[in-house]
Design a protein around this ligand. Structure first.
Ligand SMILES: Cc1cc2nc3c(=O)[nH]c(=O)nc-3n(C[C@H](O)[C@H](O)[C@H](O)COP(=O)(O)O)c2cc1C
Length: 278
């Protein structure tokens, strides 16, 4: 590990946590690495204002010291947080709740954290509309060593959010793709409908394939494509559609897999998306 960013989280200069962190820094230097220290107490970092600006540009609209932190995190191979215990948690200085920085295929995207309740958040990932990210991730997926590029006849994706990725992958594979929609649309005829009933907090999940698309995939080798896989519910519904049409599922691919989500080892994905619990 070459570059380690060490965040000093105590408001007290040269206190206990800093003493320990400096010792770790010495160890890193002795091992040939570099330790970059940052004291967060003196920084001007505003908490997220929920303005939604980063949804549009991927960059936080607040011009504060966090922007320098992004650069320092970027060049680091690892980040070490040295915080004393304050009220059974880390210090207020250490709580940076603005974004999750996703590094993928040579790109960086700041994902807004969306809170569900007071102590649980997920990073909101929107690939649709992000041309560069779609192109690069599509390229990475079709060239992934486990991707069955020569076996795929057609790609199938759940709803329009995953359609740009399916399109970019299909173009590279020189195949077609079909989109299963989250409801019956006026253009559909002889549609195929599959659903997973609502369970606990989970809502019912319905996917519908137009009859013309169903004919296109019938009996063929299909690859299921999604932008983010969470529990794997959408994959399951797509699989049911595919098996009803006597297709062979030769692959499953996604840009991201949510942490603690789908457990199958048959999914090809590029990065994991963490969940945030306080
Ligand atoms: C406001 C405040 C809250 C604290 N809360 C806790 C706590 O919940 N549990 C604990 O074991 N120590 C607690 N401590 C003690 C600190 O964790 C301890 O003094 C620590 O060594 C300080 O680290 P520093 O020298 O790097 O500032 C608290 C200290 C302060 C000032």
């Amino acid at each position: 590990m070459k570059n380690v960013l060490i965040i000093l989280g105590s408001p007290r200069k040269h206190g206990n946590s800093e003493l320990l962190a400096r010792q770790v820094g010495e160890g890193i230097k002795k091992a040939g690495g570099n330790a970059d220290f940052v004291r967060v107490n003196g920084l001007n970092i505003s908490p997220c204002q929920g303005c939604g600006g980063c949804d549009k540009t991927g960059i936080c609209t607040i011009k504060d010291d966090m922007h320098e932190m992004y650069t320092r995190v970027d060049v680091a191979d690892a980040v070490l947080l040295a915080s004393p215990v304050y009220f059974y948690g880390v210090t207020g200085q250490c709580i940076m709740n603005k974004t999750f920085r996703l590094k993928i295929c040579g790109l960086i995207r700041e994902l807004p954290l969306v809170y569900i309740g007071d102590d649980f958040a997920f990073a909101s990932f929107m690939a649709m509309g992000d041309t560069e990210l779609i192109e690069r991730t599509a390229e990475a997926l079709v060239n992934h060593h486990d991707f069955p590029a020569f076996d795929v006849d057609v790609l199938i994706c759940p709803d329009t959010k995953a359609a740009p990725l399916a399109h970019a992958m299909a173009r590279r594979l020189k195949v077609n793709y079909v989109v299963a929609r989250k409801g019956v649309k006026p253009y559909m005829v002889d549609q195929v409908i599959e659903r997973i009933e609502a369970e606990g907090d989970e809502e019912e999940l319905v996917l519908v394939l137009d009859g013309i698309d169903a004919k296109q995939i019938e009996g063929r080798n299909v690859c299921l494509v999604d932008d983010v896989v969470s529990t794997g519910g959408s994959l399951k519904v797509l699989e049911n559609i595919a098996s009803g049409l006597r297709c062979k599922v030769v692959g499953k691919a996604a840009i991201l897999l949510e942490e603690s989500g789908y457990q199958g080892d048959d999914l090809i994905y590029l990065e994991k998306l963490p969940l945030f619990k306080e």
